[in-house]
Every structure is written in C-alpha cells, then in structure tokens.
Design a protein around this ligand. Structure first.
Ligand SMILES: Cc1cc2nc3c(=O)[nH]c(=O)nc-3n(C[C@H](O)[C@H](O)[C@H](O)COP(=O)(O)OP(=O)(O)OC[C@H]3O[C@@H](n4cnc5c(N)ncnc54)[C@H](O)[C@@H]3O)c2cc1C
Ligand code: FES
Length: 239
C-alpha cells in the first residue's frame, strides 16, 4: 500500500563530497521491499515535483536515503536539519525479485544506494553474495557494505564492470549509469543468469498515472515508476 507520510528527520549528514545520508522516523508499519523508492519533498510549492530516491535502509519506523545533491531539489534536501518535517510518498515501484544461489550486486555512484538494503535483505537467506561498488571519485561507506557480503570490490575511477566475472553468478542486481548497466548486460549475454537493472527516469507522479517516466522496452512502453524501476535486463537491452 502506498502511503503519504509526514516524517520527522532524525539526521541528515554529509558523508562524502556531495553525498548525504538522510534518516527519517515516524514511518508506518509497512516496510519497503528492496529496490523500492519514495518520492521526497522538503518544500511547499516550488519546485513543483517531488524527487524519487531509493531506499538505502529501512528498520522499524525508520527509512534512510543516500542521495547526491545535484540540482535544486536535492540541494534543498541537503539543507534540512534534524527535527524538520519531510513529506514522503511510498514505498513505490517494483523492486528486485527474490534471489537464490550465487549473487552479485553491482552499483555505480548514487546507484550504490538501493544495494545496501538489497544486501541486508538477501544476506540472511545465506546466499553467497559479492558486492561491487564503483565511484568516479572518493569511495564511501565501504565499512557499511563489507559485513554484508563474502567479498567487497571497490573501484575509484575506471569501470567497476571490469571486475565482475558474470559466469560466477546466478543473479546480478545492478544500479548505476545506463552505460554501466548496458556493459553488464553485454557481459551477461548468453549466460544462464538473471540480470536485473534499476533504471532512472524523470518522474512526476511516481504512481503510474502521468506517463512522464515512460520507457520503451522489448515488451512495449513501460512506466519506470510502477513497472520498475527494476527490470529484467533482457527487457531493456535485449536477449
Ligand atoms: C527510482 C529512482 C530512484 C533514485 N534513487 C536515487 C538515490 O537513491 N540517490 C540519488 O542520489 N539519486 C537517486 N535518483 C536520482 C534522483 O531522483 C535525481 O538525482 C533527482 O531527482 C534530481 O533532482 P534535483 O532537483 O536535485 O535535480 P534537477 O535540478 O532536477 O536536475 C539536476 C541534474 O540532475 C539530472 N537529473 C534529474 N533527475 C534525474 C534522474 N531521475 N536521473 C538522472 N539524472 C537526473 C538533471 O538532468 C540535471 O542535470 C533516483 C531516481 C529514480 C528515478
Ligand atoms: S512518474 Fe507518473 S507515470 Fe511514472
């Protein structure tokens, strides 16, 4: 069930260059699923649209978001202080499906955000899990990801996809720049594994009503906010 929530900000910390980690409380019982997101709004009228941000972590009554302060909306988010109110709509979207067997999580830049909650969800099932995080600048949050996996590989500059041996896995879940996910899809072509990719798109309603986030796929036009943001890579990049 999607809920409109007026949440209280518990903390909002600058953790590296333009990356911030925001935690809110007062979240109703329903826990998000891995790969889902919320529409966030820390302002009244302007900017018009709320901003979609993935669930970085969720616990009883709290949700955390890892975001890059890029433009007007996310910079306004970064100015919020503990005790301020934040309007949330969510949890939204279709996230990662369940995994079994050998799994890799591959993230680039802000795309590492949904993979922390994915790792926390997958790991207790006992699945062997490797995590690959790629950054263009200074790496961050390695100490949070390391206890959740068998191996953690981090790159600063270069291509994180060069480190992934796709033959080793039954599942790969990925989030990052389109070029990164396209390269992964090429590496996985012909292999008996499932690659799932979390896509980004401009969004307005976040609920499947406005078509702003519509994306062409092999199975016709899909709404990134409702049919995704997570898709089987074959649907996006071909078999
Ligand atoms: C499902 C989903 C989950 C997301 N999760 C996260 C997350 O966990 N952490 C995070 O840092 N970001 C995430 N994003 C991206 C985030 O929503 C955008 O960076 C944000 O909306 C930009 O808003 P702004 O007001 O700061 O930027 P604007 O002023 O609107 O734009 C600033 C710059 O960012 C670009 N931009 C705007 N929106 C997007 C977008 N959706 N994707 C790519 N570039 C964009 C613009 O073209 C422009 O160059 C997610 C996006 C989606 C669709
Ligand atoms: S953002 Fe409105 S349909 Fe997806």
């Amino acid at each position: 069930m999607v809920t409109r929530i007026m949440a209280k900000i518990l903390s909002n910390k600058n953790i590296a260059s333009d990356f911030w980690l925001l935690t809110v409380g007062d979240i109703p019982e329903q826990k998000p699923l891995m790969g889902q997101f919320y529409m966030l709004r820390a302002w009244d009228a302007e900017p018009l649209l709320s901003r979609p941000i993935s669930v970085f972590d969720a616990d009883e009554g709290t949700v955390s978001f890892l975001y890059q302060a890029l433009g007007r909306g996310t910079k306004m988010l970064s100015e919020c202080k503990a005790g301020d109110n934040l309007a949330l709509l969510g949890p939204l979207g279709t996230g990662f499906s369940g995994v079994s067997g050998r799994t890799a999580l591959v993230g680039g830049g802000a795309g590492i955000a949904p993979l922390y909650f994915a790792a926390k969800t997958i790991r207790p099932g006992g699945n062997p899990l490797d995590i690959f995080l790629g950054f263009s600048g200074q790496p961050m949050l390695e100490e949070r990801y390391r206890p959740l996996c068998n191996t953690l590989t981090v790159t600063s500059g270069g291509f994180i996809t060069d480190k992934v041996n796709a033959e080793n896995y039954d599942y790969i879940l990925a989030c990052g720049p389109d070029a990164m996910m396209k390269t992964l899809a090429e590496k996985c072509r012909g292999l008996p594994l499932r690659l799932e990719v979390s896509l980004e798109s401009r969004m307005a309603c976040g609920l499947g009503a406005c078509l702003v986030c519509s994306r062409e796929t092999r199975n016709g036009n899909k709404k990134v906010c409702k049919d995704g943001p997570v898709f089987n890579a074959r649907e996006i990049y071909g078999p």
